[in-house]
Design a protein around this ligand. Structure first.
Ligand SMILES: C=C(O[C@@H]1C=C(C(=O)O)C=C[C@H]1O)C(=O)O
Length: 322
């Protein structure tokens, strides 16, 4: 594992994606003095407005990976802070704390957490789940339970259309590939249309946006990710400060971020712009409400959720490596 590379890129995480979440069974001892503070970033496009401009302070290193890799890296002590699936934060609330003002949340559709299906939800028999995601699986389970549905859920990787052709009647996908596949099914966007006026079904495939379903069910935002760390190992204030500055820069130049990522994703700039401005990155009161509501439904009996000091009230830490 090493830090930010000279070109501003990040090293990929080594561990394999974990298919099932593992609660912390032992508490890795806090860092010894002088060792770097290690961050793990899920670097999907939806966090680009926070991470693209981030300059790590001295003494902080970072790796990147998909959500289940970063969940596992934090829980095993391989990294000290990570933007993790909110459900893992909830499941491990006895030992984890989250930054008070960082989230990946949405109110309504998210566009990148999608169930692609060929039969009505009520008639689903076999649904393929991605091992990259903990949050969307937990959300799908809640939404199915609320409707009294219990299709067989199986782990299977691959593009939605391929898996549907192989006999699954539902496929759950997340992140950049889910956004691309969603657009591949319901696009293209024309000068007359907007993201929200695109159809939900085309070519025999329906796309159900799980965050939109959550909004229909609760009227609240859905919080996919928080930035969590062990309670006894909070991030240096320089790192949190750098993250806030990077977010201010990213949100202030959202069109440029969208343009860069539209090129990488092979999607129209308008699509990526809409996708990005739709996110709620500050864990505000409605996002916490959604988080608490999801916690009560998905992890009954969980320990109280705790958050670090609000901006300006950080514990004083003299340097990243003290
Ligand atoms: C909205 C998304 O959120 C991500 C989805 C996660 C998950 O499914 O476990 C975890 C972190 C989020 O940043 C997405 O990737 O599309």
């Amino acid at each position: 594992m090493s830090g930010q590379m000279a070109d501003g890129g990040w090293q990929m995480a080594q561990p394999e994606a974990e298919s099932s979440p593992s609660p912390i069974t032992h508490h890795p001892s806090p860092r010894s003095p002088g060792t770097p503070y290690r961050a793990g970033w899920i670097h999907f496009t939806n966090v680009a407005p926070i991470l693209d401009s981030l300059v790590l302070p001295p003494g902080v290193t970072a790796i990147t990976g998909v959500p289940t890799q970063m969940n596992a890296a934090l829980l095993s002590g391989q990294v000290d802070i990570a933007n993790i699936s909110a459900v893992e934060f909830i499941r491990n609330a006895d030992v984890l704390e989250a930054l008070p003002d960082f989230s990946v949340a949405v109110l309504g559709p998210v566009y990148s957490v999608n169930l692609f299906h060929t039969r009505p939800l009520e008639d689903l028999r076999r649904v393929a789940l991605t091992a990259q995601s903990a949050m969307s699986v937990a959300l799908l389970e809640v939404l199915l339970r609320e409707r009294g549905l219990s299709p067989v859920l199986e782990r299977a990787e691959g593009e939605a259309e391929t898996l549907l052709a192989q006999g699954f009647d539902g496929v759950l996908r997340i992140g950049d590939s889910a956004l691309r596949e969603w657009y591949g099914v319901v696009g293209p966007l024309t000068p007359e249309t907007t993201m929200t006026s695109l159809p939900h079904a085309a070519r025999g495939i329906t796309v159900t946006d799980l965050a939109e379903e959550w909004f229909r069910l609760t009227g609240h935002p859905f919080t996919f990710a928080v930035w969590a760390y062990r309670k006894d190992n909070p991030p240096p204030s320089e790192l949190v400060q750098a993250m806030r500055e990077a977010r201010r820069e990213g949100i202030g130049h959202l069109a440029a971020v969208a343009e860069r990522h539209a090129r990488k994703l092979g999607l129209p700039e308008r699509v990526v712009q809409h996708y990005l401005w739709n996110f709620r990155y500050h864990l505000e009161a409605p996002d916490r409400l959604g988080l608490h509501e999801f916690a009560a439904k998905a992890v009954p009996g969980h320990a109280p959720l705790t958050f670090g000091p609000r901006p300006g009230e950080e514990r004083t830490r003299s340097s990243a490596a003290d």
